[in-house]
Structure formats: C-alpha cells, structure tokens
Design a protein around this ligand. Structure first.
Ligand SMILES: C[S@@+](CC[C@H](N)C(=O)[O-])C[C@H]1O[C@@H](n2cnc3c(N)ncnc32)[C@H](O)[C@@H]1O
Length: 282
C-alpha cells in the first residue's frame, strides 16, 4: 500500500475502483463456494448475499476518529450534520456513517433508514445504537420507491391505513445510493413527493465523469466504461459508474426545487462525486 501512495493522484483515481471490484468479486466467489460446499446448490439470492458480505468487509465499521478522512468520506459528515426533523435515509448500508448525525441529534425527531438488503440490518442496528441518534433510528426494509416506503410505514403503523408517504420528511439523505436504484428518474420524483414543502434532499453521489468539461477527464470516463464492462454493476449491487446523476437531479428544477446547490469533486477520477442540497418548493 505504501507503494500505491507514491503514485500520482490521477493514477490512483483510476485504479482505486479496481480494489473495490476485486473485493466484490472475491465476496461473490466465497459466497458461491460456501453454498456449493453446504448443499451442492447455488445459494438463493447469491448477488444480494455476496453484496452484503462485500459491503460489510469494506464498510462495516465506523471510521476511526484518529484517522483523517480521505476522498469521498470527507463529504459525508457535513451532509449528515444538516439533517433535521423527520429524516429518511436511503440505503444506509452498514450504518457505519450514522455517527455523523451526532452534531444534529437535538434537531432530529426520527430517522427512517430504508435499507433493502436485509443481511445488513443487524450491523446497521448495531452501528446506529452506538450513536446519539440510536433511539431515534428506525430501520425499514424498503427500497427507494414511495410505494415500498409507504408499504413499510403502513406495516409499522407510522401511516394510517390508506395514506401515502407524501410530504412527510423534512430531510432525505442519499449517500452513494442513486447509482444503484433501478429507475433514477422515478426515484427522484418519488423522493421529491415524499419531502415536505421546504424540505431538503441532501446528496453525496458518484456520477459519470464530466469529460466534456475542463474539470473532467476523457481517460477517467473511458476507464469508467472499462469497469462497467468488467461486470461492476453485476458484482457491486447494481451500481453504475456512468450515470449522470447531477443532470437527472437538475431536471424540472423550476417546477420542483426552490434552490439547487450541487458541487463537483475529484473531477479527474473514476469515482468523481457530486454533493449538495435541493430544497423543495413551498
Ligand atoms: C454503495 S452502498 C452505500 C451505503 C451507505 N449509504 C454508504 O455511503 O456507506 C449502497 C446502498 O444502497 C442500498 N440500495 C441498493 N439499491 C437500493 C434501492 N433501490 N433503494 C434503496 N437502497 C438501495 C444497498 O443495499 C446499499 O446498502
């Protein structure tokens, strides 16, 4: 790893995702072999189980406060600290970032963590319980759609029978998840519908490299395509490296959003990021 640190940051930004893909493929093969050894069959939901194993390995434990954050991790604490009121967190994963709600704990009423990967729920509960917002953190086994979130909130009796999850959240947080939802345009419409007027959608997402602009890189954009061809989406939980998430968030701005404030980071890297907030029109 010391050798890697000597590489120019541009080169590191191209090869970093290779390690992620390596760990995802490793978890897939291990999950497959364990299933075959146990009862001679391919495990049901092989991809989901392998993703849970992989994500727990690379992102299971909360960050060590003694170690400085690097890369996209630096964008997360200030995002979580803006949460307030009734919060919906889409795809919290292992919950290893839940501690970043701590500075906002007094202004948060309830957090609903919509995590469709059931195999991550135990760790998510453990990590949430180790923070100040633990008692306010409710895990729901929903995906990012309004239909699924409504269904789970009805089950938990948070919604009255027949009600929909419209206009109910003060804050919705998406960190590294809009790359994986099956229908990005529909998801953004649903998130907008679920926000209260004046509510905030907070995002930290990797996105397609803006190679046509001076801030982007043609090489990084090509390498994004190479990783996709190597099976990135299949092994990394349906994640896409080549989605233009910023463009989709900005769609219908004048009808939907009072303000849109989005910044780009690490423009020359394969995992190029956007972060920011969108405030729903009142
Ligand atoms: C790359 S992980 C990010 C986890 C966490 N937000 C983080 O930044 O560490 C993506 C997460 O989104 C979840 N996810 C995948 N598809 C989803 C969907 N359609 N709706 C909601 N969550 C989804 C995955 O199960 C996983 O926990």
């Amino acid at each position: 790893m010391a050798l890697l640190e000597m590489l120019p940051s541009f080169v590191l930004g191209l090869i970093d995702p290779g390690f992620i893909l390596y760990y995802a493929v490793e978890a897939y093969i291990q999950t497959l072999l364990i299933g075959l050894r146990e009862d001679g069959t391919i495990p049901s939901d092989l991809r989901g189980r392998a993703f849970g194993k992989f994500w727990t390995k690379i992102s299971g434990a909360p960050p060590d406060p003694a170690v400085a954050l690097v890369g996209s991790a630096t964008l997360v604490p200030s995002t979580f600290a803006q949460a307030q009121g009734t919060v919906l967190e889409i795809g919290p994963g292992s919950g290893n970032q839940t501690l970043y709600y701590n500075p906002a704990a007094a202004q948060i009423k309830t957090i609903y963590g919509a995590e469709p990967a059931n195999e991550l729920h135990k760790l998510l509960r453990k990590n949430a319980d180790s923070t100040k917002v633990g008692p306010k953190y409710r895990i729901i086994g929903a995906d990012a759609t309004k239909a699924s979130i409504t269904r789970e909130l009805l089950k938990d009796k948070v919604l009255e029978p027949g009600a929909l999850a419209n206009n109910m959240f003060d804050t919705i947080i998406c960190v590294r998840v809009l790359c994986s939802v099956p229908n990005l345009e529909g998801t953004i419409s649903d998130l907008h519908a679920m926000l209260k007027p004046g509510g905030k959608l907070l995002v930290v997402e990797h996105t397609a490299n803006a190679w046509r602009t001076t801030k982007g890189s043609v090489i990084a954009r090509l390498v994004q395509t190479v990783y996709m061809l190597l099976g990135w989406s299949y092994f990394v939980g349906d994640c896409s490296l080549t989605r233009n998430i910023e463009q989709m968030l900005r769609k219908n701005t004048s009808e939907r959003w009072e303000t849109v404030s989005i910044e780009r980071h690490f423009g020359k890297a394969v995992l190029t990021y956007i972060s920011g907030s969108l405030v729903k029109k009142s």
